[in-house]
Design a protein around this ligand. Structure first.
Ligand code: HEC
Ligand code: HEC
Length: 270
């Protein structure tokens, strides 16, 4: 028997052993992880718990800096997710050490450059859902999306940090000019970026447009942390309300259509 076949046979019998003894793949994977010396917070069955993970109060200003740096590592969703998760790794550790940042890489450019949900929102929302039960996640994410649609980006804070060269975690220099701001009126990457391009005159491929999105990523991560801190302290109260026109549309069309996005960004009023 060839060497390779022997190895294969061994592997198969090991697997059927695990199967017949009812030891799931989770244990095998856990054993492998420990076997290679990567210490982790695996539970006894080798899988991370489905329950919300522990949250401790975080510093929103630190999230703003990390979100900006994270944007340049692997995009907007990665940046917002990384900002929050990296702090939770430091302050809580355990299960957070087992969650790879790269799972948030796909969200760049509104999901693989499709211009759908802004990646900064997507990444922050993923972090929120890691720590909050579903009902609370809905409230927190809804508030974050609503806030995003009416907020001028980049914020005065991140403009000021950039012009003072204060984004200290960035590996490379970034444009430091104070950017003009724009309001997206939409949670969509496409609308958000397009409105800023229109207002600033900087096109999609420019370093300035990317820097605008880096600051927006920091701003969104920072606000997500503010919301989570309030939620943790039991003081979170949703404040976002759809504008009056959208509220009127929804009043008649509730039940026809899912959504809180400002209707007239896509439909003519009638
Ligand atoms: C006073 C109630 C009322 C308000 C307010 C209202 N609509 Fe309508 N809308 C209707 C009715 C009734 C129809 C036609 C019947 C249907 O197709 O459901 C309709 C049709 C539509 C259609 C076409 C549906 C189709 O089947 O082709 C769209 C799109 C639409 N409305 C969007 C909006 C938007 C956007 C707003 C707010 C700017 C709005 N509506 C405000 C009652 C309303
Ligand atoms: C991002 C773009 C976008 C936004 C924002 C949006 N819609 Fe639509 N909506 C569409 C598209 C696309 C369709 C399907 C094609 C069409 O009917 O125009 C549609 C269809 C509809 C229809 C017709 C459904 C049917 O049965 O034919 C209604 C009613 C409607 N939208 C209402 C609303 C209301 C109310 C809002 C705000 C709460 C809203 N839409 C926001 C893109 C949008």
């Amino acid at each position: 028997m060839a060497e390779v076949e022997k190895i294969l046979e061994k592997d198969v019998s090991r697997r059927s052993f695990l199967k017949t003894t009812g030891i799931g793949l989770g244990v095998a994977a856990g054993a492998l992880v420990f076997g290679t010396g990567i210490a982790g917070a695996q539970t006894q069955t080798g899988t991370v718990a489905e329950a919300p993970l522990p949250y401790v109060e975080l510093d929103p200003e630190e999230a703003r800096l990390r979100g900006h740096a994270g944007y340049y590592m692997a995009g907007c969703m990665y940046g917002a997710f990384y900002a929050i998760l990296s702090m939770l790794r430091e302050k809580v550790g355990g299960p957070y050490n087992q969650i790879p940042y790269r799972m948030a890489g796909y969200g760049r450019g509104g999901a693989a450059n499709w211009g759908t949900l802004c990646g900064a929102l997507n990444g922050a929302a993923a972090a929120i859902n890691l720590v909050a039960p579903d009902a609370d996640t809905n409230k927190l994410v809804s508030e974050l999306l609503g806030w995003y649609t009416i907020t001028p980006f980049p914020s005065d804070k991140s403009n000021a940090i950039a012009s003072a060269k204060g984004f200290k975690y960035d590996a490379k220099p970034y444009p430091t000019l104070v950017h003009v701001t724009s309001v997206s009126n939409s949670p969509l990457c496409h609308a958000s970026v397009a409105n800023w391009i229109k207002k600033s005159g900087y096109e999609l491929g420019t370093a300035e447009r990317k820097e605008r999105c880096a600051r927006l990523t920091g701003d969104t991560a920072a606000h997500a942390v503010e919301l989570l801190n309030a939620w943790k302290a039991g003081t979170f109260v949703p404040t976002f309300k759809v504008d009056d026109q959208t509220a009127a549309c929804i009043q008649c069309h509730e039940g026809d259509m899912e959504g809180k996005m400002a209707c007239t960004t896509c439909h003519e009023p009638h």
